[in-house]
Design a protein around this ligand. Structure first.
Ligand code: KG4
Ligand code: ZN
Length: 348
C-alpha cells in the first residue's frame, strides 16, 4: 500500500494492460501516463484472412494461446522481474468487442490480479482509442473532439474532460473500417481491407470514378458507408458486364477519396458546431495515409493523430485509459465481466 502511494506521488505508477477485444492480443506496460515501458502484440490477421473476416471461435482460441507468453514478454521487455512487488494496476479491455475474445483477456487479468494481489480495472475499448492520442501527445488538452474510426465504430465524441464523453455524431450503418473490409472483399482483396486498399490507392486515380460522398449535405454530424459500398459494387458489376479488366487501383483510390472526404467534412462540421478546434483521430482507419495527409495538411483546426501502430488495436491505449480512470477514482472488482456491447459512455 505504502509503495502504491509512493508510486502515485512520483509518477512511477506501473499499469500492465491487456487488450483482446477482437483479433489482436496485446499487452503493454505503462509508467505514469506516457512512458511506454513495453508494448507487444500478436496479430491473428493471417489466420482470419482466408475467411474474409474475423472468425470469433478461432479468435478466442488464438487469444488463449497467445496471452500468457505475451504477458511474460511485456514484463520481460519492461524489466519487471517481480510483478507482485512492482506492478500497481492490472487493466483489461472489458468491452465492446467479441464476447469470447474479451473473456480470455478478462479471465487472465482476474487470475493474475488474484495471484499477484493487485487491483484490476476494466477499460472501455473506445475510451482506449481516445487515449491513444492522450498517451502520444503531451500537448493535447481538453476540450477536444475525438473521432474514433475503426472496424466497428465511426463516431465523433466531444471530450469535455478526460472521462466525460458526449457522442455528437456516429454512423447510421457500417463503420468506415467495415466499409474498407467489405469493398476489399468485393474487389477480391484480402482481409483486412484497409491497409491493402490504402496501398493500392497510391497507384490509382482518385477521380476515375465519381463515388458519392455519403450524407454530404445533411447538415448533421453523421456518417453512412453502406451506400458507398453498394456504389462500388454496382460499378464493379458494370465493368464486369462490359468485359473490362477491373481497374482495381482506380476503384480503391476513388472509394478512399469518398471516405476521406466524408470523414473530414463531418469533422469540419463538428468543429463549427461546437467551436472546439482540437481534433484527435484514432482507430484503425486513422492509420490511413490519405486521411492522415488530409488531416495534417489542413489549417482550419489542429489535428492530432497517434503513430499508425497506436491507431489500430494495442494495449498502450488501454493502459493510458486505465491510468486516468484509476486517478479519477474508477474501480472494478474481481467480479468484472465482459460487456460486448458497451458504447463510449459506458463503464468510464
Ligand atoms: O481499431 P482497429 O484495429 O480494430 C477495431 O477496433 O475495429 O481497426 C481495424 C479496422 C479494419 O476495418 C481495417 O481495415 C482498418 O481498421 N484499417 C485501415 C487501415 N489500417 C487498418 N483502414 C484504412 N486504411 C488503413 N491504413
Ligand atoms: Zn479498436
Amino acid at each position: 500500500m505504502l509503495q502504491r502511494v509512493r508510486a502515485l506521488r512520483d509518477g512511477s505508477f506501473l499499469t500492465l494492460a491487456i487488450e483482446s477485444s477482437c483479433d489482436d492480443t496485446a499487452v503493454a506496460l505503462l509508467e505514469g501516463q506516457r512512458r511506454i515501458r513495453s508494448s507487444v502484440l500478436s496479430s491473428q490477421v493471417e489466420s482470419h484472412s482466408p475467411f474474409g473476416g474475423v472468425v470469433p471461435e478461432f479468435a478466442s482460441r488464438m487469444h488463449l494461446e497467445a496471452i500468457l507468453p505475451l504477458i511474460d514478454r511485456a514484463l520481460d521487455e519492461g524489466k519487471i522481474s517481480d510483478p507482485k512487488r512492482d506492478l500497481d494496476l492490472l487493466a483489461v479491455t472489458a468491452g465492446p468487442g467479441l464476447m469470447g475474445s474479451l473473456l480470455v483477456g478478462v479471465m487472465a487479468a482476474k487470475g493474475l490480479a488474484q495471484a499477484w494481489d493487485k487491483p484490476i480495472l476494466g477499460v472501455n475499448h473506445l475510451e482506449g482509442h481516445i487515449f491513444a492520442n492522450v498517451v502520444n501527445h503531451a500537448d493535447l488538452e481538453t476540450p477536444f473532439l475525438a473521432m474514433v474510426v475503426s472496424g466497428g465504430h465511426t463516431e465523433v465524441v466531444l471530450v469535455r474532460e478526460l472521462g466525460s464523453y458526449e457522442v455528437i455524431g456516429e454512423t447510421r450503418d457500417d463503420a468506415a473500417g467495415e466499409a474498407y473490409d467489405k469493398v476489399a472483399k468485393l474487389l477480391g482483396l484480402p482481409y483486412p481491407g484497409g491497409p491493402v486498399i490504402d496501398r493500392l490507392a497510391k497507384d490509382g486515380d482518385d477521380r476515375a470514378f465519381d463515388f458519392p460522398v455519403p450524407l454530404s449535405s445533411s447538415g448533421k454530424v453523421e456518417f453512412s458507408f453502406s451506400g458507398l459500398k453498394t456504389a462500388v459494387l454496382s460499378q464493379v458489376d458494370k465493368l464486369v458486364a462490359e468485359g473490362r479488366t477491373l481497374p482495381v487501383e482506380d476503384l480503391c483510390a476513388s472509394f478512399q477519396r469518398a471516405v476521406v472526404r466524408s470523414l473530414v467534412s463531418k469533422l469540419d462540421l463538428a468543429v463549427s458546431l461546437t467551436g472546439v478546434k482540437s481534433v484527435a483521430v484514432s482507430g484503425g482507419v486513422g492509420a490511413n495515409s490519405a486521411l492522415r495527409g488530409e488531416l495534417l495538411s489542413q489549417r482550419r483546426w489542429k489535428a492530432y493523430l497517434p503513430d499508425p501502430f497506436y491507431c489500430t488495436d494495442n494495449a498502450v491505449m488501454i493502459a493510458g485509459a486505465a491510468y486516468h480512470g484509476w486517478m479519477r477514482g474508477r474501480r472494478s472488482g474481481i467480479d468484472l465481466s465482459p460487456s460486448p456491447s458497451w458504447g463510449i459512455t459506458d463503464g468510464v
